[in-house]
Write a protein that binds this ligand. Sequence first.
Ligand code: NAP
Length: 364
Amino acid sequence: MTRYARVESLKSDLGVAGLVDLPAPRLDDGEVLARIERFALTTNNMTYAVYGDALGYWNLFPAEQVGYGCMPAWGYVEIVESKASGVPVGTRIFGYFPIATHLTMRPTKVTSRSFVDGAGHRTGTPEVYNLYELQPRETDPHQDSLTALYRPLFITSYTAADYLRDRDFFGAEQFVISSASSKTAYGTAHSLADSPAPKIALTSARNVGFVNRLGLYAAAHEYADLTAVDATKRTVYVDLSGDPDLRRRVHEHLGDQLAYDCLIGSTHADALPEEDDSLAGPAPVFFFAALQLDAYKAEGRSRAFMERYRRDERAFLELVGRPDRPAITLIEHAGLEDAPSVIAGFHDGSTDPAAGHVFIPDAG
Ligand SMILES: NC(=O)c1ccc[n+]([C@@H]2O[C@H](COP(=O)([O-])OP(=O)(O)OC[C@H]3O[C@@H](n4cnc5c(N)ncnc54)[C@H](OP(=O)(O)O)[C@@H]3O)[C@@H](O)[C@H]2O)c1
């Protein structure tokens, strides 16, 4: 018998999540039922939860239980029931879903390439979260796993590199990148390859080996060894950690040579920085990939962007997934039962960056 279930996170302690069984959905006219085939979890999903209230992520998939929220995840689904014209049973799509077996959706703006989930509670968030791209029927499970893991992160790395490139890299003679073991960080190091400035990694002591093995950075230092970074070079700080203490140390160490502080992630933080006059040098500027994509759309540049993005994403996935030296080992979890412990690992930081967690809800 088909099981309908999803994982909900306790908002007051994001390390705690649990599996909830749901009744079989009944579709209204205009709705479809999506069966979630495969999705991935990384620290980024934990960040969606951390900013669940502040940035509206909890609104996308309302939870059953009071005090809980549905952490969003990226993956592939197949439409298994349809009462919506233009979206027949068997349609496959890629996009944003709850950690669940199924999702009821209301397709709008249906084209030959995509549709937007027009469910009322989803308005007010950047379009990238509501847009679902049609996928070929035939699947390559390995490739789908890599795409589910990396696409939402690499598109961030890629647009952040665009943003810096459009500003002549702020004259950087080096980039210093924190939480360098994260997929978004090393995707950024890769995407900045057209700048000759070396990419210097900052990471936890236990992840220095992993970061060095990636071969995407000129050097890697553990956080405690920040002073080993050359402070005579004009530097752009690409901050994936969001750690306020590290930020202060980076600003003090680099002094006038810090040209720009590009804040992208918050693996070591649970809030965006407040204005801080006592911080030496330029104030951190938050880079939000979803808004950058909205801007490309507003400027009529989406299609050209996506063409070049797809080509370069393919090359990046080939690089990180190459069989002789993959950056990560894929761990495919059958069912949803392992999700709470994987989420707890992101919360307490015990996750191994060399593991890529993919879930196949139906296989449980
Ligand atoms: N602004 C945007 O538009 C945007 C878009 C996508 C992603 N992001 C952000 O990029 C960041 C990286 O996401 P990801 O999915 O690429 O990460 P990931 O691949 O899962 O990275 C794992 C690494 O993050 C650090 N980390 C994870 N949890 C931690 C914890 N609890 N305490 C301390 N360190 C922890 C560790 O790196 P180190 O040991 O190297 O510190 C760990 O090796 C996230 O904050 C995410 O939200 C931002």
